[in-house]
Design a protein around this ligand. Structure first.
Ligand SMILES: *Cc1c(COP(=O)(O)O)cnc(C)c1O
Length: 367
């Protein structure tokens, strides 16, 4: 069967053929042992998709790739952290986990906790969680508590809950979360054969930028890549405490996943910027939506608005990217998470209330 063989030969990473999750694949880099009961949904091994339209728009031989982490089991990178956090919670005998969430953490916590036979409690800011994410938490069987107030308030409450009651916190303050999330950097290097020159990523609590940096540094130390990226973190202008240097009391942005005014990993993120020679910048909701539409129309990639902040940031700082650079933009979550924003802001052509006949349809199509 020469045809089958040649098609098989196209796969660059044979590991994905028998992929059974990132703890299985990268266990020797993670704080697990044979005694750890691995709770996995085969997360990780997400595609690194070339972005020809974006590369062309930047010009000067710059090559952009998209790390499409919305391909994870619950549709965001949070699964990488949650497989670790929940496996370690189970190892420690926990019966329940809790998190505060702008949506994706609650979806991932719910799925992994239930998979591991634990209860999941999630606190969300009432009215500010995208519909798909709420649907997931409910369907996976979490107990959802919607509190009046923003994410920061919800996080304060769950931290106190985890201090006072026998329940494990699975927000990114949980160190196992970042351990799991650092595997995304391993995958990028495994795929590119080196670290990118720039890594563009949205920041909310800034756990993910810290995790990526940890992953790049560990691989670098082990000799898997000779270079390290500049870490470029982007926030929404109405919710940019790491850019402004001060807490935002009333964070506001269409990108609800990063609507966070008091980032839990502030100190870590500042260190990442310093160590990597990186930079932080704010992008407006308009710039986020432009990037969001561009990715859909020109690249065929549907991410959620928060994820598009990485591309909006890259476009904003494009002049600073050296010619011939390799750039990776992290697309943190799947576009289907937030159908309302897509429908309201797609700019797509919708022709409604048509007569069901050929003439009408042909006319609308311009024939
Ligand atoms: C959680 C999340 C972020 C922000 O990640 P942090 O680790 O909090 O900085 C960005 N995008 C999406 C889609 C998310 O779910």
């Amino acid at each position: 069967m020469p045809l089958l063989r040649s098609v098989r030969g196209l796969f660059k990473r044979p590991t994905t053929q028998n992929w059974s999750g990132l703890i299985h694949a990268y266990g020797r880099w993670l704080p697990v042992s044979e005694r750890t009961p691995v709770v996995s949904l085969c997360e990780g091994a997400t595609p690194l998709v070339p972005a020809p339209a974006l590369s062309q728009r930047l010009g000067r031989g710059i090559q952009v790739h998209l790390k499409v982490d919305g391909h994870n089991p619950t549709g965001s990178f949070k699964d990488r952290g949650m497989t670790m956090a929940v496996s370690k919670a189970k190892e420690a005998g926990a019966e329940a986990v809790i998190c505060a969430s702008t949506g994706n953490t609650s979806a991932a916590a719910a799925a992994y906790a239930r998979r591991g036979g634990m209860r999941a409690f999630v606190l969300i800011p009432d009215g500010y969680v995208a519909q798909g994410k709420l649907a997931q938490a409910l369907l996976y069987g979490a107990e959802v508590l919607a509190v009046r107030g923003n994410f920061d308030r919800a996080l304060t409450i769950v931290r106190e809950m985890a201090d006072q009651y026998p329940i494990t916190l699975v927000n990114s303050l949980n160190p196992f979360r970042l351990q799991g999330q650092k595997t995304a950097a391993f995958e990028v290097v495994d795929e590119l054969g080196c670290a990118p020159d720039w890594l563009c990523i949205p920041m909310g609590n800034a756990g993910n930028i810290s995790a990526y940096w940890m992953g790049f540094k560990e691989y670098h130390q082990a000799g898997h890549c000779r270079n390290l990226p500049r870490m470029m973190g982007f926030q929404a202008a109405g919710s940019a405490p790491l850019v402004n240097g001060s807490t935002v009391e009333q964070p506001d942005t269409i990108a609800t996943a990063i609507r966070i005014g008091n980032p839990a990993n502030r100190e870590k993120a500042l260190k990442v910027r310093e160590e990597s020679g990186g930079g932080f910048a704010a992008v407006t909701d308009e710039e986020i939506l432009d990037a969001y539409r561009f990715l859909g129309r020109e690249e065929g990639v549907f991410c959620e608005p928060a994820s598009a902040a990485s591309v909006a940031g890259l476009l904003k700082r494009a002049d600073e990217v050296p010619a011939g650079s390799k750039v990776v933009c992290v697309l943190t979550g799947n576009g289907l998470k937030d159908p309302n924003t897509a429908i309201d802001h797609s700019g797509g052509a919708f022709h409604g209330d048509l007569n069901p006949d050929l003439e009408t349809v042909a006319k609308v199509m311009g024939f």
